[in-house]
Design a protein around this ligand. Structure first.
Ligand code: NCD
Length: 309
Protein backbone atom coordinates (compact mmCIF):
# COMPACT_ATOMS: atom_id res chain seq x y z
CA UNK A 1 0.00 0.00 0.00
CA UNK A 2 1.44 3.35 -1.01
CA UNK A 3 -0.64 6.20 0.29
CA UNK A 4 0.34 9.21 2.38
CA UNK A 5 -3.14 9.52 3.89
CA UNK A 6 -6.43 7.63 3.88
CA UNK A 7 -9.17 10.05 2.88
CA UNK A 8 -11.74 8.16 0.79
CA UNK A 9 -12.25 4.58 -0.31
CA UNK A 10 -11.95 5.80 -3.92
CA UNK A 11 -8.17 5.79 -3.52
CA UNK A 12 -8.11 2.07 -2.62
CA UNK A 13 -7.41 -0.55 -5.26
CA UNK A 14 -8.44 -4.16 -4.85
CA UNK A 15 -4.82 -4.98 -3.99
CA UNK A 16 -4.75 -2.28 -1.27
CA UNK A 17 -7.95 -3.63 0.24
CA UNK A 18 -6.66 -7.19 0.19
CA UNK A 19 -3.40 -6.10 1.81
CA UNK A 20 -5.28 -4.54 4.73
CA UNK A 21 -7.77 -7.41 5.13
CA UNK A 22 -5.04 -10.07 4.97
CA UNK A 23 -2.94 -8.21 7.52
CA UNK A 24 -6.03 -7.82 9.76
CA UNK A 25 -6.70 -11.57 9.55
CA UNK A 26 -3.09 -12.30 10.50
CA UNK A 27 -3.29 -9.94 13.48
CA UNK A 28 -6.68 -11.33 14.50
CA UNK A 29 -5.21 -14.85 14.54
CA UNK A 30 -2.25 -13.86 16.72
CA UNK A 31 -2.52 -10.38 18.27
CA UNK A 32 0.35 -11.05 20.67
CA UNK A 33 2.80 -11.12 17.73
CA UNK A 34 2.34 -7.34 17.29
CA UNK A 35 1.91 -6.36 20.94
CA UNK A 36 5.10 -4.23 21.00
CA UNK A 37 5.35 -3.39 17.35
CA UNK A 38 4.68 0.33 17.68
CA UNK A 39 5.91 0.91 21.22
CA UNK A 40 6.54 4.62 21.89
CA UNK A 41 4.51 5.71 18.87
CA UNK A 42 1.58 8.06 19.43
CA UNK A 43 -1.69 8.40 17.56
CA UNK A 44 -3.43 11.80 17.69
CA UNK A 45 -7.22 11.64 17.97
CA UNK A 46 -9.16 14.65 16.70
CA UNK A 47 -12.88 14.06 16.96
CA UNK A 48 -15.00 17.11 16.22
CA UNK A 49 -18.16 14.96 16.20
CA UNK A 50 -19.46 12.31 18.60
CA UNK A 51 -18.05 8.79 18.27
CA UNK A 52 -18.00 5.67 20.39
CA UNK A 53 -16.88 2.75 18.23
CA UNK A 54 -14.56 4.51 15.83
CA UNK A 55 -12.69 6.44 18.49
CA UNK A 56 -12.49 3.62 21.02
CA UNK A 57 -11.47 1.02 18.46
CA UNK A 58 -8.69 3.28 17.13
CA UNK A 59 -7.52 3.79 20.69
CA UNK A 60 -7.69 0.06 21.43
CA UNK A 61 -5.90 -0.74 18.17
CA UNK A 62 -3.05 1.68 18.89
CA UNK A 63 -2.63 0.38 22.45
CA UNK A 64 -2.69 -3.24 21.27
CA UNK A 65 0.19 -2.37 18.95
CA UNK A 66 2.15 -1.17 21.98
CA UNK A 67 1.58 2.53 21.25
CA UNK A 68 -0.56 5.16 22.90
CA UNK A 69 -2.91 7.99 21.99
CA UNK A 70 -3.09 11.73 22.56
CA UNK A 71 -6.64 12.94 22.42
CA UNK A 72 -7.78 16.47 21.63
CA UNK A 73 -10.85 15.74 23.76
CA UNK A 74 -14.17 17.38 23.15
CA UNK A 75 -14.48 20.46 20.97
CA UNK A 76 -15.93 22.21 24.01
CA UNK A 77 -12.68 21.81 25.94
CA UNK A 78 -10.26 22.55 23.07
CA UNK A 79 -8.91 25.73 21.47
CA UNK A 80 -11.41 25.21 18.65
CA UNK A 81 -13.78 26.98 21.05
CA UNK A 82 -11.50 30.03 20.84
CA UNK A 83 -11.80 30.09 17.07
CA UNK A 84 -8.74 28.09 16.06
CA UNK A 85 -8.89 26.87 12.46
CA UNK A 86 -8.74 23.17 11.57
CA UNK A 87 -5.53 23.80 9.61
CA UNK A 88 -3.82 25.25 12.71
CA UNK A 89 -5.13 22.50 14.99
CA UNK A 90 -3.81 19.67 12.81
CA UNK A 91 -0.47 21.43 12.28
CA UNK A 92 0.01 21.69 16.03
CA UNK A 93 -1.07 18.14 16.85
CA UNK A 94 1.08 16.59 14.11
CA UNK A 95 4.03 17.80 16.19
CA UNK A 96 2.85 15.57 19.04
CA UNK A 97 1.89 12.40 17.18
CA UNK A 98 3.10 9.91 14.53
CA UNK A 99 -0.29 9.71 12.80
CA UNK A 100 -3.64 11.50 13.09
CA UNK A 101 -7.23 10.33 13.03
CA UNK A 102 -9.77 13.02 12.17
CA UNK A 103 -13.55 13.07 12.36
CA UNK A 104 -15.26 16.30 11.37
CA UNK A 105 -18.83 17.41 10.56
CA UNK A 106 -17.80 19.09 7.29
CA UNK A 107 -17.50 17.09 4.09
CA UNK A 108 -14.04 17.64 2.63
CA UNK A 109 -12.44 18.47 6.01
CA UNK A 110 -10.09 15.47 5.88
CA UNK A 111 -8.84 16.34 2.41
CA UNK A 112 -8.18 19.91 3.46
CA UNK A 113 -6.50 18.93 6.74
CA UNK A 114 -4.26 16.38 5.00
CA UNK A 115 -2.77 19.17 2.89
CA UNK A 116 -1.29 20.73 6.02
CA UNK A 117 0.40 17.69 7.58
CA UNK A 118 3.26 15.31 6.80
CA UNK A 119 2.27 12.50 9.16
CA UNK A 120 -0.38 10.06 7.87
CA UNK A 121 -3.93 11.33 8.38
CA UNK A 122 -6.81 8.85 8.47
CA UNK A 123 -10.32 10.13 7.80
CA UNK A 124 -12.70 8.77 10.43
CA UNK A 125 -15.72 10.43 8.84
CA UNK A 126 -16.15 13.84 7.16
CA UNK A 127 -19.78 14.97 7.32
CA UNK A 128 -21.87 13.15 4.74
CA UNK A 129 -18.69 12.40 2.77
CA UNK A 130 -16.59 9.32 3.45
CA UNK A 131 -15.59 6.89 6.20
CA UNK A 132 -12.96 4.61 4.63
CA UNK A 133 -11.75 2.85 7.79
CA UNK A 134 -15.34 1.77 8.48
CA UNK A 135 -15.45 0.45 4.91
CA UNK A 136 -12.41 -1.73 5.50
CA UNK A 137 -13.96 -3.34 8.56
CA UNK A 138 -17.21 -3.72 6.62
CA UNK A 139 -15.35 -5.50 3.82
CA UNK A 140 -13.54 -7.68 6.34
CA UNK A 141 -16.90 -8.70 7.83
CA UNK A 142 -18.41 -9.36 4.40
CA UNK A 143 -15.39 -11.45 3.41
CA UNK A 144 -15.69 -13.54 6.59
CA UNK A 145 -19.44 -14.10 6.27
CA UNK A 146 -20.42 -14.09 2.62
CA UNK A 147 -17.22 -13.70 0.61
CA UNK A 148 -16.43 -10.73 -1.63
CA UNK A 149 -16.78 -12.56 -4.92
CA UNK A 150 -20.10 -13.02 -6.63
CA UNK A 151 -21.76 -10.92 -3.95
CA UNK A 152 -25.31 -9.58 -3.97
CA UNK A 153 -25.68 -6.83 -1.38
CA UNK A 154 -28.60 -4.62 -0.40
CA UNK A 155 -27.71 -1.28 1.18
CA UNK A 156 -30.70 0.29 2.89
CA UNK A 157 -31.65 3.44 4.77
CA UNK A 158 -30.10 6.89 4.56
CA UNK A 159 -28.09 6.66 1.37
CA UNK A 160 -27.97 10.42 0.93
CA UNK A 161 -26.20 11.44 4.13
CA UNK A 162 -24.72 8.07 5.14
CA UNK A 163 -20.96 8.34 4.68
CA UNK A 164 -20.44 4.65 5.46
CA UNK A 165 -22.66 3.89 2.46
CA UNK A 166 -20.74 6.17 0.09
CA UNK A 167 -17.41 4.67 1.08
CA UNK A 168 -18.63 1.08 0.92
CA UNK A 169 -20.29 1.53 -2.48
CA UNK A 170 -17.10 2.85 -4.09
CA UNK A 171 -14.96 0.12 -2.52
CA UNK A 172 -17.28 -2.63 -3.74
CA UNK A 173 -16.72 -1.61 -7.35
CA UNK A 174 -13.34 -3.39 -6.99
CA UNK A 175 -15.17 -6.70 -6.59
CA UNK A 176 -17.70 -8.76 -8.44
CA UNK A 177 -20.63 -7.28 -6.52
CA UNK A 178 -24.20 -6.43 -7.44
CA UNK A 179 -25.34 -3.50 -5.30
CA UNK A 180 -29.04 -2.84 -4.62
CA UNK A 181 -29.74 0.52 -2.98
CA UNK A 182 -32.98 0.66 -1.01
CA UNK A 183 -34.28 4.00 0.34
CA UNK A 184 -37.12 6.50 0.17
CA UNK A 185 -36.77 8.75 -2.84
CA UNK A 186 -35.71 11.69 -0.67
CA UNK A 187 -32.74 9.73 0.73
CA UNK A 188 -31.37 8.21 -2.45
CA UNK A 189 -27.65 8.15 -3.12
CA UNK A 190 -26.28 11.55 -4.26
CA UNK A 191 -26.45 11.65 -8.07
CA UNK A 192 -22.71 12.17 -8.39
CA UNK A 193 -22.10 8.93 -6.49
CA UNK A 194 -24.53 7.06 -8.77
CA UNK A 195 -22.77 8.55 -11.77
CA UNK A 196 -19.35 7.45 -10.49
CA UNK A 197 -20.60 3.95 -9.68
CA UNK A 198 -22.04 3.57 -13.18
CA UNK A 199 -18.66 4.61 -14.62
CA UNK A 200 -16.84 1.91 -12.67
CA UNK A 201 -16.08 -1.04 -14.84
CA UNK A 202 -18.44 -3.96 -14.36
CA UNK A 203 -20.27 -2.38 -11.40
CA UNK A 204 -23.88 -3.58 -11.20
CA UNK A 205 -26.01 -1.10 -9.31
CA UNK A 206 -29.79 -0.67 -8.99
CA UNK A 207 -32.01 1.59 -6.90
CA UNK A 208 -35.24 0.55 -5.21
CA UNK A 209 -37.86 2.03 -2.89
CA UNK A 210 -38.84 -1.28 -1.36
CA UNK A 211 -36.78 -4.03 0.20
CA UNK A 212 -39.33 -6.71 -0.66
CA UNK A 213 -38.39 -7.01 -4.32
CA UNK A 214 -34.70 -7.66 -3.65
CA UNK A 215 -34.56 -9.32 -0.22
CA UNK A 216 -34.72 -12.96 -1.42
CA UNK A 217 -31.68 -12.49 -3.68
CA UNK A 218 -29.38 -10.91 -1.07
CA UNK A 219 -26.25 -12.39 0.51
CA UNK A 220 -25.78 -9.30 2.68
CA UNK A 221 -28.20 -6.62 3.88
CA UNK A 222 -26.38 -3.49 5.13
CA UNK A 223 -28.80 -1.38 7.16
CA UNK A 224 -28.09 2.23 8.12
CA UNK A 225 -29.45 4.86 10.49
CA UNK A 226 -31.30 7.90 9.19
CA UNK A 227 -28.71 10.63 9.83
CA UNK A 228 -30.93 13.03 11.75
CA UNK A 229 -28.09 15.47 12.54
CA UNK A 230 -27.45 16.10 8.83
CA UNK A 231 -31.01 17.08 7.89
CA UNK A 232 -31.31 20.81 7.26
CA UNK A 233 -34.93 20.62 8.42
CA UNK A 234 -36.30 18.54 11.34
CA UNK A 235 -39.68 18.19 9.55
CA UNK A 236 -37.98 16.47 6.65
CA UNK A 237 -36.43 14.04 9.12
CA UNK A 238 -39.82 13.33 10.71
CA UNK A 239 -41.24 12.43 7.28
CA UNK A 240 -38.81 9.54 6.86
CA UNK A 241 -38.04 8.59 10.48
CA UNK A 242 -39.21 5.10 11.27
CA UNK A 243 -39.24 3.95 7.64
CA UNK A 244 -37.12 1.06 6.46
CA UNK A 245 -37.09 -1.01 9.63
CA UNK A 246 -36.65 -4.76 9.69
CA UNK A 247 -37.93 -7.33 12.15
CA UNK A 248 -37.99 -11.12 12.34
CA UNK A 249 -41.11 -11.21 10.17
CA UNK A 250 -39.46 -9.19 7.40
CA UNK A 251 -36.80 -11.88 7.19
CA UNK A 252 -39.18 -14.70 6.34
CA UNK A 253 -38.54 -13.88 2.70
CA UNK A 254 -34.74 -13.83 3.11
CA UNK A 255 -32.24 -16.55 2.28
CA UNK A 256 -31.13 -18.62 5.30
CA UNK A 257 -27.58 -17.49 4.62
CA UNK A 258 -28.34 -13.78 4.71
CA UNK A 259 -25.85 -11.69 6.72
CA UNK A 260 -27.24 -8.51 8.28
CA UNK A 261 -24.79 -5.69 8.93
CA UNK A 262 -25.07 -2.17 10.38
CA UNK A 263 -22.25 0.29 11.12
CA UNK A 264 -24.05 1.17 14.40
CA UNK A 265 -25.35 3.07 16.29
CA UNK A 266 -28.83 1.81 15.43
CA UNK A 267 -31.95 3.69 16.42
CA UNK A 268 -34.92 1.53 15.46
CA UNK A 269 -33.89 0.10 12.06
CA UNK A 270 -33.24 -3.42 13.32
CA UNK A 271 -35.58 -5.03 15.85
CA UNK A 272 -33.60 -6.34 18.86
CA UNK A 273 -35.14 -9.80 18.31
CA UNK A 274 -32.90 -10.13 15.22
CA UNK A 275 -29.81 -9.89 17.45
CA UNK A 276 -30.35 -13.46 18.61
CA UNK A 277 -30.62 -14.87 15.07
CA UNK A 278 -27.89 -16.30 12.83
CA UNK A 279 -28.42 -13.37 10.47
CA UNK A 280 -26.99 -10.74 12.82
CA UNK A 281 -23.36 -9.80 12.18
CA UNK A 282 -23.35 -6.19 13.40
CA UNK A 283 -21.69 -6.75 16.77
CA UNK A 284 -19.04 -8.95 15.16
CA UNK A 285 -18.64 -6.14 12.59
CA UNK A 286 -18.00 -3.60 15.39
CA UNK A 287 -15.44 -5.94 17.00
CA UNK A 288 -13.65 -6.27 13.67
CA UNK A 289 -12.85 -2.57 13.98
CA UNK A 290 -9.91 -3.41 16.22
CA UNK A 291 -7.91 -5.88 14.04
CA UNK A 292 -8.70 -3.88 10.89
CA UNK A 293 -7.56 -0.59 12.45
CA UNK A 294 -4.50 -2.35 13.89
CA UNK A 295 -3.65 -3.49 10.36
CA UNK A 296 -4.19 0.00 8.96
CA UNK A 297 -2.13 1.70 11.63
CA UNK A 298 0.60 -0.86 11.20
CA UNK A 299 0.74 -0.20 7.45
CA UNK A 300 0.67 3.59 7.80
CA UNK A 301 3.18 3.70 10.67
CA UNK A 302 5.83 1.80 8.73
CA UNK A 303 8.98 3.79 8.34
CA UNK A 304 8.64 6.59 5.82
CA UNK A 305 4.95 6.84 6.60
CA UNK A 306 3.89 5.51 3.21
CA UNK A 307 2.75 2.16 4.51
CA UNK A 308 5.02 0.28 2.15
CA UNK A 309 6.56 -2.89 3.44
C1 NCD B 1 -21.26 5.72 11.52
C2 NCD B 1 -20.75 7.11 11.27
O1 NCD B 1 -20.30 7.80 12.19
O2 NCD B 1 -20.79 7.51 10.11
N1 NCD B 1 -20.88 5.20 12.76
C3 NCD B 1 -19.68 4.57 12.85
O3 NCD B 1 -18.63 5.12 12.59
N2 NCD B 1 -19.72 3.26 13.18
C4 NCD B 1 -22.68 5.54 11.24
C5 NCD B 1 -23.71 6.44 11.86
O4 NCD B 1 -23.40 7.37 12.61
O5 NCD B 1 -24.89 6.20 11.59
Amino acid sequence: MRHDHLITSKQLSRADIETVLDRAAEIDADPSAVADRHANRLLGLLFFEPSTRTKMSFETAMKRLGGDVVDMGSVESSSVKKGETLADTVRVIEGYADALVLRHPKQGAATMASEFVDVPLLNAGDGAGHHPTQTLLDLYTIRENAGLDDLTIGIMGDLKYGRTVHSLAYALTNFDARQHFVSPESLQLPREVVYDLHQAEGAGIREHESLEEVLPSLDVLYVTRIQRERFPDEQEYQKVAGEYQIDVETLEAASDDLTIMHPLPRVDEIAPAIDETEYAAYFEQAHNGVPVRMALLDLFLQEGGDGDE
